[in-house]
Design a protein around this ligand. Sequence first.
Ligand code: ZN
Length: 220
Amino acid sequence: MLYQHRFSDDRPCELPNGKIVCVGRNYAEHARELNNPIPKQPLLFIKPSTALAALDQPLAIPRDRGECHHELELALLISQPLSEARAEETLAAIAGYGLALDLTLRELQSQLKEKGQPWERAKAFDGACPVSAFVPAAAIGDWKALRLQLQRNGALQQDGQCRDMLFPIEALLADISQSFTLLPGDIVLTGTPAGVGPLNPGDRLRCELDGLLTVETTVG
Ligand code: ZN
């Protein structure tokens, strides 16, 4: 099925499918669980628009390429161009807040990291970025109060508070916009809290953004 951005209130969304800019290690506990140092500057990478998929549809994970991990992340849908932006002007460019999985072929990523090679083969494959509908920004009070949770087969795996981000959203978007222009329809993934782990065919996932969004899905 072709992916298209959606709002959670069924308001039509005309924004095109853009690039996905992701930040690695934006929660200290997650950096520690993978034995990675805490970065001094955001660690950025990009997934192409072909990685987009609807989170409420069965997830297509690659076969025979080693473990595929879930990383539940707060996703920002961009509606205004941001280039060399100041932190205080960034929140106005966000149309909505949603949930995304930064699907990661962890074993392949480790091999690529060892060789000093880019991560794209492990993180940018087709379907590597399932995303939910977006809660319109006007319905979000303070983003720092948001909480993300992922249950796998009924067990809580990830439970993160957005206020624990090492680089808060305003600073993150300003930093990204020094390197890449963000365009309407782009998505920014803000990093995963601790608790990442492998997915298996048949797994049932329940992803929650506080009381704002609940998405149930399965691994196909
Ligand atoms: Zn991630």
